[in-house]
Design a protein around this ligand. Structure first.
Ligand code: NAP
Length: 353
């Protein structure tokens, strides 16, 4: 009762989480009324298992952990649902014979996690201490979390080309998300950069709006799945600029053209476009963990073979944040399930010791 009075003036979402935590016998919510940081009240949470990220890996891990009776807490990050929310139509996630939009799929996973009793907190972790026991996590909203085990499923973010030189065009014709911005290019000419599945999907999606879509690829063949390649080749709105890269983006305030450079001949030419969509891969969201966890040269977390276990006991990595040749939603969901099962085993072993 006392605790409830203390928390009554907290922000609505923290209050919601607090109520959920209090209900659960092995998860404690502590609020220190006398702790103020920069004039802001801080909440401190203690959990058996915390999951970072709200993509398919995070939600699946949370669902499995909840079913194992671990009362998981999932910290969603501020881009709830992750990269998949930007996919207009997902045709290869089993169970949806007519395909499903990424946003809808992620909303269904979120709802399923809530139904299982997962506590979801809309916050973003910006600092971790993985050498302490329990692990300590600090958030952008000024909260502090302590946990016995941690599942990192923070995913990856779209890469930019020459970010410093091009950043003035972001929101003015330069984008990494056709689903978000494609609508603004009705009857216009747009360029898509890249040769993978993302580039193919973005280009095909943009043909719904644009008069012409020019696919710029640095090689002479695509790496996208054959079915997507075929759709691109058959679409009369799609043109290709093979063996070319963007040397420069032009435009006063908004993008008006790009300078292409042929990588075989070094020949340059100007191409008038109204928008440029980059689809050149992803960079893992691992900056805050690199101090503690073994990562590959690109920053993806390395886990033990056939496992989600990182080099720190009790810390697991699942989904696109870990190095894997299979960056697919269904694989991410599978590795989320693995991480929860491995965390459960870890927790029961440490409790028995
Ligand atoms: P990706 O497969 O790594 O492809 C990136 C593309 O960008 C490649 O064609 C690459 O060229 C090109 N590229 C990279 N850096 C570049 C640069 N600096 N300048 C110009 N071009 C550059 O990335 P993705 O397409 O985002 O896909 C990531 C993962 O998600 C993949 O495993 C993919 O299969 C998966 N995915 C799956 C689906 C689906 O199944 N529906 C949809 C989207 C993504 P090169 O080919 O020469 O290396």
């Amino acid at each position: 009762m006392k605790i409830c009075n203390v928390i009554a003036d907290l922000h609505k979402d923290i209050l919601f989480c607090a109520k959920n935590f209090i209900k659960k016998s092995d998860l404690f919510f502590e609020y220190f009324a006398d702790i103020y940081k920069k004039g802001k009240k801080m909440a401190q949470y203690v959990a058996k298992i915390i999951i970072l990220g709200s993509g398919p890996a995070g939600y699946t891990a949370a669902i499995y952990a909840a079913r194992a009776g671990l009362n998981p807490c999932l910290i969603s990050g501020f881009d709830v649902g992750g990269q998949l929310t930007m996919s207009a139509n997902i045709e290869n996630f089993p169970g949806f014979p007519l395909g499903i939009s990424g946003a809808e799929l992620m909303e269904k996973m979120r709802q399923q996690a809530i139904n299982m009793g997962v506590t979801i907190i809309n916050d973003k972790i910006n600092e971790v201490d993985l050498l302490s026991s329990p692990f300590i996590l600090s958030s952008e909203n000024g909260n502090c979390f302590k946990t016995q085990s941690l599942i990192i499923s923070t995913g990856a973010s779209a890469k930019w080309l020459n970010y410093e030189a091009h950043k003035k065009y972001i929101g003015h014709g330069l984008s990494t998300c056709a689903t978000c911005d494609g609508f603004f290019y009705k009857n216009k000419v747009v360029a898509v950069v890249g040769g993978g599945n993302s580039a193919a999907e973005e280009a095909l999606y943009l043909t719904n709006f644009a008069a012409k879509v020019v696919l710029i690829h640095r090689r002479g063949e695509l790496r996208a799945d054959k079915v997507l390649q075929q759709r691109l080749f058959e679409n009369p709105k799609v043109e290709f600029q093979w063996n070319n890269v963007i040397d420069e983006i032009l435009g006063e305030k908004n993008v008006s053209a790009v300078v292409l450079k042929n990588v075989l001949t070094d020949e340059k030419k100007k191409l008038d476009v109204d928008g440029v969509f980059l689809a050149i891969g992803y960079k893992p969201n691992t900056d805050i963990f690199k101090k503690y966890l073994t990562c590959d040269v690109d920053g993806f977390i390395i886990t033990k073979p056939n496992s989600t276990q990182t080099n720190i006991e009790g810390v697991f990595a699942a989904g696109d944040v870990k190095n894997s040749a299979y960056q697919q939603a269904v694989v991410a969901a599978g590795s989320g399930a693995m991480a929860a099962m491995e965390a459960q085993r870890y927790l029961s072993n440490t409790t028995q010791k």
